[in-house]
Design a protein around this ligand. Structure first.
Ligand code: G3P
Ligand code: MG
Length: 236
């Protein structure tokens, strides 16, 4: 069976990544799931942003957590991508949850942490999800940080958890079991068919990022889902 296509950062190939317009484009394409990245601002609001700085994807400079939400809202997160998106604001997780609930679309929320207080981020995320209009089964939480995955396992019972790793390592297997993960999310470049078979035999879904050329899936025809910046290339 063909894998499900997940919009990566919305439809990042054609829209400014992780913004409302990019998520809306994925919804308009009829995608059932979208992946986005979240991290905290200075005043501990979770916002949708991949890098830890706003340098690449806005007209500002500096770390996301050096600004309050109010301050971040003064920057343009669309014009860097193309002039027609000028003025697109930073998207908050709260706004995203409301949009996803309205359209019944699933969200893979990837938590980006580096020097953050992971306990603070996990508790903020839990509060927000518990009060979210989006159904629990429409949410998968993932992160490259094993620390935050362990905290989410403790504090967010009932949510699907995805172990995220560039390539499958022994410590990923340990974590998959420890947190009773739903899925394992791997870079397709370092993933072999036998890894997928083993993971699926063990009961985990396997989702691979970031596949922008459908021909690259030739050797990985047993995946459950793939993340793509260009989902339309997969839709016939
Ligand atoms: O969650 C899958 C993928 O997005 C992980 O890598 O760097 O694109 O967030 P990155
Ligand atoms: Mg991501």
């Amino acid at each position: 069976m063909a894998p499900m296509i997940v919009g990566h950062r919305g439809v990042a190939g054609h829209y400014p990544e992780n913004t409302k317009v990019s998520i809306q484009a994925a919804i308009d394409l009829g995608l059932k799931w979208v992946e986005i990245d979240v991290q905290p601002t200075k005043d501990n609001v979770l916002v949708v942003c991949h890098d830890h700085t706003i340098d690449r994807c806005s007209n500002g400079r500096g770390r996301v957590d050096a600004y309050t939400l109010d301050e971040l809202q003064a920057f343009d997160f669309g014009g860097w991508f193309a002039p027609q998106f000028k003025g697109e604001p930073i998207f908050t997780l709260q706004e995203l949850l409301e949009l996803a609930a309205k359209h019944d679309v699933g969200l893979n929320i990837e938590v980006k942490v580096d020097n953050h207080d992971v306990a603070e981020v996990a508790s903020q995320l839990k509060n927000q999800l518990d009060n979210s209009p989006l159904a629990q089964e429409k949410i998968i939480l993932s992160s490259f940080s094993h620390d935050i995955m362990r905290l989410l396992h403790q504090h967010c019972p009932g949510y699907k958890l995805g172990v995220l790793s560039e390539r499958l390592r022994k410590k990923d297997w340990v974590l998959l079991e420890e947190i009773s993960a739903f899925s394992c999310h791997l870079n397709f470049r370092w993933t072999a068919k036998r890894h997928v078979e083993k993971l699926k035999q063990a009961g985990y879904q396997v989702w691979c990022y970031t596949v922008n050329n459908p021909r690259k899936l030739k050797y990985l025809d047993n995946l459950d889902a793939v993340f793509s910046d260009f989902p339309s290339r997969f839709i016939k």
